[in-house]
Design a protein around this ligand. Structure first.
Ligand code: MN
Length: 207
């Protein structure tokens, strides 16, 4: 995250396109990664080329996004959000959080089940395209929220500022081929592929 924008690399997908079947289908994964995420990445690079933004840290760029063009907000968010999204899923995912993260979830939400309910509601009620998040706030507590388009809680435009440790893409391109209009079914399926050890790493780094 502290890399300069020009030093960012398009990340490898950490598993095969079919690895998250049946919860997320191979064709959706292939199109989502090779076309959607790749386009956000390439368009970010094009938007910062030969500007002072190219030499900023990506972190600072996102934290000051209101000062920059819409193309940088949309594609910079698009790149950050998708890289996080791939990393918090795994073919060996699902189950429940462990360790300090599990304790923090119980403390902040009452129980894992209550976190799921809040997160599902955020994901299902985000109108149009956007993301649902589990974040660490400045006071180190956890919160659930959602954001429109490719915005995220790191941005200075966020309604819910914080460090995102888990994110779910609720754009139609993330689920339409398999789930069509049934976003709630896709949101439910997501819990079967969450890589909780990676989310816990993100939590520990955010503290
Ligand atoms: Mn997407």
């Amino acid at each position: 995250m502290s890399s300069k924008v020009t030093q960012l690399q398009f990340p490898a997908l950490p598993y095969d396109f079919n690895a998250l079947e049946p919860h997320i289908d191979a064709m959706t994964m292939e199109i989502h990664y090779t076309r959607h995420h790749k386009a956000y990445f390439d368009n970010l690079m094009a938007a910062v080329k030969d500007t002072p933004m190219a030499d900023m840290s990506f972190d600072d760029l996102l934290k000051n996004i209101s000062k920059f063009p819409a193309a940088v907000r949309n594609n910079g968010g698009g790149h950050f959000n998708h890289e996080l999204f791939w990393s918090v899923m795994s073919p060996n995912g699902g189950g429940t959080p462990k360790g300090a993260l599990a304790e923090a979830i119980d403390k902040n939400f009452g129980s894992f089940e209550q976190l799921k309910e809040q997160f599902n509601t955020a994901a299902k009620t985000r109108f149009g395209s956007g993301w649902a998040w589990l974040c660490v706030k400045a006071d180190k507590s956890l919160c659930v929220c959602s954001s429109p388009n490719q915005d995220n809680p790191l941005m200075d435009v966020a309604d819910c500022p914080g460090i995102p440790i888990l994110g779910l893409d609720v754009w139609e391109h993330a689920y339409y081929l398999k789930y069509q209009n049934k976003r709630p079914d896709y949101v439910s399926a997501f819990w079967n592929v969450i890589n909780w050890s990676e989310v816990e790493n993100n939590y520990n780094k955010a503290l």
